[in-house]
Design a protein around this ligand. Sequence first.
Ligand SMILES: CC(C)(COP(=O)(O)OP(=O)(O)OC[C@H]1O[C@@H](n2cnc3c(N)ncnc32)[C@H](O)[C@@H]1OP(=O)(O)O)[C@@H](O)C(=O)NCCC(=O)NCCS
Length: 145
Amino acid sequence: MVNIRPFASADEEAIVALWEESGLTRPWNDPLKDVQRKTKTQPEMFLVAEADHGAVVGSAVVGYDGHRGWIYYLAVAKSHRATGLGKSLVQRAESMLAALDCPKVQLQVRPENTQVIAFYEGLGYSTYEAINLGKRLEDDEKAMS
Ligand SMILES: CC(C)(COP(=O)(O)OP(=O)(O)OC[C@H]1O[C@@H](n2cnc3c(N)ncnc32)[C@H](O)[C@@H]1OP(=O)(O)O)[C@@H](O)C(=O)NCCC(=O)NCCS
């Protein structure tokens, strides 16, 4: 049995390890800082999947900005993939967002991770054209060095 619950501070190390194992970390995002940032904004929407033996085996960082809902850092430990856990995490994220009257949930897939698109399509997601622009307000790489 796997239980999906909100993040707790004791999960910090395990979450970073899960994101690393899942190939979700990048040099420009300090994962520990990303964990801590989420504990300050809608922390109840930071989902952690915990296995029977207490191990952290999944995550989803969910948020609603008043216009769109977003899912980041969706990850399932290799040991627990293809058991329906990824689907459960997305569905839990969607029900939390729907409860806030969020009209649409969006997510970004890195260009090198296109194989995951079929997973999302199976859950009713479809791609849409948009050009992403971003500007850093805090430089994690500088902060780490
Ligand atoms: C993507 C990921 C979260 C999927 O988790 P999972 O627990 O293995 O997926 P599930 O078992 O819930 O699969 C749900 C459905 O999607 C399908 N599916 C899963 N991965 C798939 C893939 N790569 N391609 C096509 N279908 C896929 C499953 O067959 C299943 O279909 P079914 O409901 O008809 O049986 C997991 O592979 C992962 O952590 N990947 C690395 C991190 C990552 O890329 N995250 C997404 C960032 S955008």
